[in-house]
Design a protein around this ligand. Structure first.
Ligand code: GAR
Length: 215
């Protein structure tokens, strides 16, 4: 295991997960966030990175003819930081198969639902409409299937009758900020791997819905 692990984080917006990742780094954590890249110049997360002294880049997808050429430019920037792990933290772009293959086994995403339930958008509203009793968030390895890659870690919360999509989103965010730093640390410590049969933690296969974080 390397002494440190170079991490590049991709964002599109507020970057509260990025902040949780930044706050979790320190001398006892081998993860080093080398750069933060946004496809939007106005993403607040860029300011969070700058405040933490982390280099930032903006790559505007609208300047590229197609998804493939944007993703290729993104790969070149990411690889210039010798990234060993790429973390999608509210990066609201669908990635091309070539991009996903390039980072196979070292590309993580966080999604605001208990995958495989509620892939895609508006997850909180959809969980409420379906009268779910529980909701949550998932960290997963990214594969070519949108929000479909093997799950690493989940946090589950109870849905209350008074919940709205907005306050549910807030409560889920709090859980996201617990599980994403943990998954980054596991990977950086060399404990987390995407093996032939799925996700392994400390060499042991995890269940299909990943490790469940106790409340
Ligand atoms: C998070 O809730 C994350 O789960 C979601 O975007 C939000 C970003 O918040 N990602 C997706 O929906 C990806 N499918 P943040 O910018 O405050 O970290």
């Amino acid at each position: 295991m390397p002494a440190t692990c170079n991490v590049v984080v991709l964002i599109s917006g507020s970057g509260s997960n990025l902040q949780a990742l930044i706050d979790s780094t320190g001398t006892d954590n081998p993860a080093r966030i080398r750069a933060v890249i946004s496809n939007r110049a106005d993403a607040y997360g860029l300011q969070r990175a700058e405040a933490a002294g982390i280099p930032t880049r903006t790559l505007d997808h609208k300047q590229y003819a197609d998804r493939e050429s944007f993703d290729q430019a993104l790969i070149e920037i990411i690889d210039s930081y010798d990234a060993e792990l790429v973390i999608l933290a509210g990066f609201m772009r669908i990635l091309s198969p070539a991009f996903v293959r390039h980072y196979h086994g070292r590309l993580l995403n966080i999604h605001p639902s208990l995958l495989p339930k509620y892939k895609g958008l508006h997850t909180h509203q959809r969980a409420l409409q379906a009268n779910e009793k529980e909701h949550g968030c998932s960290v997963h390895f990214v594969t070519e299937e949108l929000d479909g890659g093997p799950v690493v870690l989940q946090a589950v919360i109870a849905i209350h009758s008074s919940d709205t999509p907005e306050n549910l989103a807030q409560r889920i965010h709090t859980q996201e900020h617990r599980i994403y730093p943990l998954a980054m640390r596991w990977f950086a410590e060399g404990r987390l791997q995407l093996g032939q049969a799925g996700v392994e933690l400390d060499g042991q296969p995890l269940p299909a819905n990943g490790q469940q974080l106790p409340n």
